[in-house]
Design a protein. Structure first.
Lengths: 383, 388
């Protein structure tokens, strides 16, 4: 009890210094949490992807398409329940910075994605309108899209300005579902291409393939690819999750850099914290000598210093972690490109662990020095 | 009269543990700051250096990148026969009709493939890019299924060593050489014969046409004619502008992310400097009183403490910059969001970055030290002497 009282008194003796240290620590813990969350957000697409869906694409690369006629041949493969077409449209809404994904899809697409929840009448209205589009909730909120709005979108892959009418807004089944994209009729795209550039018509970007048993994913993928081996457009089939992870892997060095930098901030704050502890201990050398002269052992002095360091770290980390959620929410609003941006429980656990390591590491040297101090020398020392 | 610099410097060396820790914190921030700037500079140099000033790229209007673009054979013929296009030694126009596609290749040791640009070039393609030199093997023979790989590809991807074969588009392609493109974007590409690649990929249109201007200032004339011709649904850009446009998204991303990080980190480091300087002041109240009693003015005391914190900042800055300069030996590769292809570039340290980094570290020192120095300067002589 006496030790605890002494620790708290010591920690708050230099109020300004304590305030500065705790602020620094809180900022570092917060920054660490946000950086980890940025990395998590990168993986959000893969985390939301189902392993019960396969993506069949051209084996050369995503820039090559597959003939639309492959659809019925894929459907005939054993283990396949449903097939939907999906083509990346790559259009620009007003300005390039307003980027959001648009996919031209066949109606079966919605059956393959039960996590997109859409009212039956809106789905029916979409089905009736050739130029109709469905937008996700996150997208609708970002740009204020409402049912009935006309969206002019400039094609970069398919020339010209295309007009779409919002016929429905779909919600995600849970908070992990990404709904920051737009869906429209593949038939609309294809019919326009038939008129304008017939040689580009009747092609599909990827096929989304539903399978009966998630366990069969590997076997079904192989069977699909086997069908098209040595054809003009060989296919590569993988689970949706693997497909999404492929995108993440393209930026792996950036992600690795962010991961490293997240720990750099912890090292920075470790230096600040160690400095604070070293200075405090140095100033109190004569006090430690007094305590020793009164009969307190080196263990007590070490506990005193570790306790002070832990108290500062605990306060700083608590503030940093508490500030995490509101700052993340603000960041999500301000940046707009991450549909999912929430600090995970793993991240919070890591924040706590980092604060604990900082507290311990910062106190080691001062504690050893204090434990070793000779009474006579200590009493003589001036700060 | 000013307080001697030696007094200031000695204060730092006496408390060397504290100085080391504080400067270390500052150095880490400076390191992150400098690395971000170097990465951005490297990216710009790579993509801007890809273009020649008097080369012009024609792509389909609105396409933005060569991957998305398409130019039909008649359109390509119209563009290359424009009077502003220079003529080569053989009397043919200096124009390269190119086909640009992405293929997925695996990096050595990686599980997931990355997209790599395969560029089919006409014979004039090499004349148009004088920076491209063969460093190993030889060039591909026109009309054959041979390819040459860029320097950044040859080291990092499977099956791209000279003599090896790559299989794509139903054919085997032999790697017959490697080329160096002077740290430009072409280093991250694979080149082959345009017509062979078009047939293999069943393309009917080229992706882009690159022409060399006869006179540098003929660009406006070419652009006006291309815009006016109803048969051409194309746009032309100077090659240098074309490639620097492609660096925009990635460059903005790196800069914004990096500078936001540095700003947050610098708060931490400045707090560290502030703690050190406050301690430095409060430990020396007696000394300050003595200095004032000796006749040094408030301004001199303020100056001395500011110089001390500036020195602290400078020490951190020099250390951080020193470590950051080692990053020049590393290279970085990532997918360019705009072209969707893998791009490899280096960290580039320029004199401007050195200047910015040192200024940044001094600013951190100054901001961290200002309040403590003010406190030192405001002490009353009597109180200060009594406190000692």
């Amino acid at each position: 009890m006496f030790l605890l009282k002494l620790v708290v008194r010591n920690a708050f003796r230099h109020r300004l210094r304590t305030l500065l240290t705790v602020t620094g620590l809180a900022i570092a813990v917060l920054a660490f949490g946000l950086l980890r969350t940025v990395v998590d957000a990168w993986y959000a697409g893969a985390a939301a992807a189902s392993s019960a869906r396969l993506i069949t694409r051209n084996a050369i690369s995503l820039a090559f398409f597959l003939p639309a006629s492959y659809e019925s041949r894929i459907r005939a493969v054993e283990g396949v329940t449903r097939v939907a077409r999906s083509t990346w449209f790559g259009g620009i809404y007003q300005e390039p910075k307003n980027f959001f994904p648009q996919f031209a899809v066949s109606p079966a697409y919605l059956d393959l994605y039960p996590e997109f929840i859409i009212p039956a009448e809106e789905r029916a209205a979409w089905a009736r309108d050739r130029k109709g589009a469905l937008v996700g909730r996150q997208l609708a909120e970002q740009f204020g899209f409402k049912v009935g709005d006309v969206l002019p979108i400039k094609g970069s892959i398919y020339p010209g300005t295309w007009e779409f009418v919002v016929r429905g807004i779909f919600d995600g089944a849970d908070s992990g579902t990404l709904t920051r994209h737009m869906l429209f009729h593949w038939d609309y795209l294809n019919e326009t291409l038939r008129k304008k550039s017939p040689r580009r018509a009747d092609f599909v970007g990827v096929f989304v393939v539903g399978i009966d048993q998630p366990d069969n994913a590997a076997a079904v993928s192989q069977r699909v690819d086997e069908v098209f081996r040595n054809s003009l457009a060989e296919t590569l089939t993988e689970t949706e999750q693997a497909f999404q992870l492929g995108f993440v892997a393209m930026s792996d060095q950036i992600i690795a850099a962010i991961r490293v930098v997240a720990y750099v901030v912890i090292v920075i704050i470790l230096a600040v914290m160690a400095n604070t502890m070293a200075m405090s201990a140095r100033e109190r050398t004569s006090e430690y000598a007094t305590l020793k002269a009164l009969g307190f052992g080196p263990g007590f002095l070490a506990a005193l210093i570790f306790g002070e360091s832990a108290a500062l770290a605990a306060v700083g980390a608590a503030i940093g972690i508490a500030a995490g959620a509101p700052v993340a929410a603000f960041f999500k609003q301000a940046v707009g490109i991450f549909p999912i941006f929430e600090i995970s429980s793993d991240t919070i656990a890591l924040q706590v662990a980092c604060a604990a390591v900082v507290a311990l590491a910062a106190a080691v040297v001062p504690a050893v020095q204090a434990a070793r101090v000779r009474i006579v020398e200590g009493l003589r020392s001036i700060a | 009269m000013a307080i001697p610099l030696s007094y200031v410097a000695r204060n730092l060396s006496t408390r060397w543990v504290t100085t080391l820790l504080t400067a270390g914190g500052l150095a880490l921030v400076v390191f992150v700051f400098a690395t971000v700037l170097m990465l951005d500079a490297g990216l710009r140099q790579t993509l801007v250096g890809t273009g020649e000033y008097d080369n012009v790229v024609a792509i389909r209007k609105g396409a933005g990148t060569e991957i998305q673009s398409g130019i039909t054979r008649p359109q390509a013929a119209l563009i290359e026969s424009h009077p502003s296009v220079a003529t080569g030694a053989d009397g043919r126009p200096l124009a390269s009709k190119e086909t640009v596609v992405l293929i997925a290749l695996k990096k050595a040791g990686a599980e997931k493939p990355s997209n790599v640009v395969i560029r089919g070039v006409s014979p004039a393609g090499f004349t148009l890019r004088p920076q491209v030199r063969v460093i190993e093997g030889r060039l591909f023979t026109p009309g054959s299924t041979e390819i040459v790989v860029g320097g950044a590809i040859a080291r990092r991807f499977e099956g791209t060593r000279v003599g090896e074969r790559l299989h794509f588009a139903q054919r085997d392609w032999t790697v017959v050489g490697a080329f160096d493109a002077g740290a430009s974007g072409f280093d991250s590409e694979i080149w082959g014969d345009a017509d062979q690649l078009m047939q293999a990929f069943r393309r009917i249109a080229y992706s882009s046409v690159i022409v060399k201007l006869g006179r540098v200032d003929d660009f406006e004339r070419l652009r006006a004619d291309v815009d006016a011709d109803p048969r051409l649904t194309n746009e032309v850009k100077r090659e240098r502008v074309f490639y620097s446009d492609q660096s925009k998204a990635l460059s903005t991303f790196i800069t914004v992310l990096g500078l936001t990080l540095t700003a947050v980190f610098s708060i931490g480091a400045m707090l560290g400097a502030m703690i050190t300087m406050y301690a430095s002041v409060s430990n020396r109240i007696g000394e300050i009183g003595t200095l004032r009693a000796l006749g040094f003015r408030r301004g001199a005391v303020l100056g001395a403490f500011l110089v001390e914190s500036l020195l602290l900042g400078l020490a951190g800055g020099v250390c951080g910059l020193g470590v950051a300069s080692l990053m020049q030996f590393a290279s970085f590769s990532t997918t360019n969001f705009q072209t969707f292809a893998d791009l490899s570039f280096k960290f580039l340290l320029t004199p401007a970055i050195i200047g910015q980094t040192l200024l940044f570290s001094l600013a951190m020192g100054l901001l961290g030290g200002f309040l403590p120095a003010l406190r030192a300067a405001r002490l009353e002589i009597v109180d200060a002497l009594r406190a000692a």
